[in-house]
Design a protein around this ligand. Structure first.
Ligand code: SAM
Ligand code: SF4
Ligand code: SF4
Length: 333
C-alpha cells in the first residue's frame, strides 16, 4: 500500500547521505571558517553500514519507494561506494539509483559505479571560469577536470545532469557559458536558487537570483524559452527549452516553492529520517536497526513518521522563525 502523509503526498524518493564529510568547502554550504579542524564530524561507529542502508531501502519498496539518491557531504569519499550500489541493485532491478556529486573523484570511480548498476549522475558545477569556480568552492580543483569527468561518464552511456547554485553577483555571469558547455554535450542543466539551508552560510535574500531573473538573462542571449511539461508532479525543476533544444531547469525553492508535491524523505549518514530539507530534527531509526529490527518493523517505524508529516517549509518561509536548522552537508542535499 502506498504511504501518504497528511497532505496525501506519497514517499517516492529517499535521499541517502552516506557521509557528512566533503572534499570541497563551497562557501554557500560548508564555509571553511565553520567546517575547519575544530568541526566535529560523525564518528565512524555512528554511520550506517551499507547493509543497514539497504535494509531501510528494502523495507520501503513495498510502500511505493521508486528512487534513491546517494548524496552527502561528498558521497564519493565514502569508501567502496560502488558496493552499496551493487547491494541496492540486487534488491531491486527497477529502482532508480542516482548520485549527486561534486565530481572530483568521479573519473576514477565511474567504471565501478556503472558496473554496480548506477542509473544516473548529477554533477554539481557552479562555474566554468576557473577563478569563480575556485572561489565559490574554496577549492584548488578546476572546472576543466569536472567537465572531463562529465565527458567520461557520458562516454560510458550514463545519463548526466548538471546542477548549478546561482548566487547573485557571484556566479550569475556564468549562466551563459555553462549553458553553452552543456549544449555542446547535450546535457540538461538546472539552476538552483540559493537557499537558506543550515545556519552557517550567512544566507541573505540579496544574494538570491530568482528563476524569473535567470530566465530573462538567458532569453537575452538564447531567445525565447519554451516551457516543458513536467514528467511527474514531484519534479523539483520547472523545465524550459531553448530554440536550439537545450533543456534548462530552474529549482525555485525561494520564489516558486514546490512543497505541494514533495515526495522526498532524507536519511542522514547516522540513520535519522528527516521529512523536510529544512527540518530542525530527525527521527532516529539507527536504534531499531541495531536491535535487529525486521523490514516490517522498520517500515512501520518510517510509516508512523511519514503519515504525520505536514512539512511545507518553502511555502511558509516568511511565517517561520529563525530556529536552528540542520546543515545541508549533514542532511543530504
Ligand atoms: N557534495 C555533493 C555535491 O555538491 O554535488 C552532494 C551534496 S550537496 C549538499 C548537494 C547539492 O546541494 C549540490 O548540488 C549543492 O550545490 C546544493 N546546495 C548546497 N547548499 C546549497 C544552498 N545553500 N542553496 C542551494 N543549493 C545548495
Ligand atoms: Fe561539499 Fe557538495 Fe556542500 Fe559543496 S555543495 S561543500 S561539494 S557537500
Ligand atoms: Fe519538500 Fe520541505 Fe523542500 Fe517543501 S521545503 S519542497 S516540504 S523539502
Amino acid at each position: 500500500m502506498v504511504l501518504k502523509d497528511v497532505f496525501k503526498r506519497p514517499l517516492l524518493d529517499l535521499r541517502i547521505s552516506v557521509t557528512d564529510r566533503c572534499n570541497m568547502r563551497c562557501r554557500y554550504c560548508m564555509p571553511r571558517e565553520h567546517f575547519d579542524k575544530n568541526h566535529t564530524y560523525l564518528p565512524k561507529s555512528d554511520i550506517l553500514s551499507f547493509e543497514e542502508i539497504v535494509h531501510v531501502v528494502e523495507s520501503l519498496l513495498p510502500s511505493g519507494l521508486k528512487k534513491v539518491r546517494l548524496t552527502g557531504g561528498e558521497p564519493l569519499i565514502r569508501k567502496d561506494l560502488h558496493k552499496l550500489i551493487e547491494q541496492l541493485r540486487a534488491v531491486s532491478p527497477e529502482l532508480d539509483i542516482a548520485l549527486t556529486t561534486n565530481a572530483h573523484l568521479l573519473s576514477d570511480s565511474i567504471e565501478r559505479l556503472k558496473k554496480a548498476g548506477i542509473s544516473r549522475i548529477t554533477v554539481s558545477l557552479d562555474a566554468v571560469d576557473i577563478d569563480v569556480y575556485q572561489s565559490m568552492g574554496d577549492t584548488t580543483s578546476t572546472p576543466d577536470s569536472i567537465l572531463a569527468s562529465i565527458d567520461k561518464t557520458l562516454g560510458l552511456g550514463i545519463p548526466v545532469k548538471v546542477n548549478t547554485v546561482v548566487q547573485k553577483g557571484i556566479n550569475d555571469q556564468q549562466l551563459i557559458p555553462l549553458i553553452s558547455q552543456m549544449t555542446s554535450r547535450n546535457v540538461p542543466i538546472r539552476f538552483i536558487e540559493y537557499m537558506d539551508v543550515g545556519g552557517t552560510n550567512s544566507w541573505n535574500l540579496d544574494h538570491v537570483m530568482t528563476g524569473n531573473e535567470m530566465r530573462s538573462l538567458i532569453e537575452n542571449e538564447f531567445g525565447r524559452l519554451e516551457p516543458i511539461e513536467p514528467n511527474h508532479p514531484s519534479d523539483v525543476a520547472r523545465k524550459f527549452c531553448t530554440e536550439s533544444g537545450q533543456v534548462i531547469g530552474f529549482i525555485e525553492s525561494i520564489s516558486n516553492p514546490f512543497c505541494g508535491d514533495c515526495s522526498r524523505a532524507r536519511l542522514s549518514a547516522n540513520g535519522s529520517i528527516f521529512t523536510c530539507l529544512f527540518a530542525t530534527k530527525g527521527f532516529d531509526i539507527r536504534g531499531i536497526l541495531r536491535m535487529d529490527a525486521t523490514k516490517d518493523e522498520i517500515s512501520e517505524a518510517i510509516s508512523s513518521i511519514w503519515i504525520q508529516r505536514k512539512d511545507r517549509y518553502s511555502e511558509t518561509r516568511s511565517e517561520t522563525t529563525d530556529s536552528k536548522r540542520i546543515e545541508m552537508s549533514f542532511i543530504g542535499g
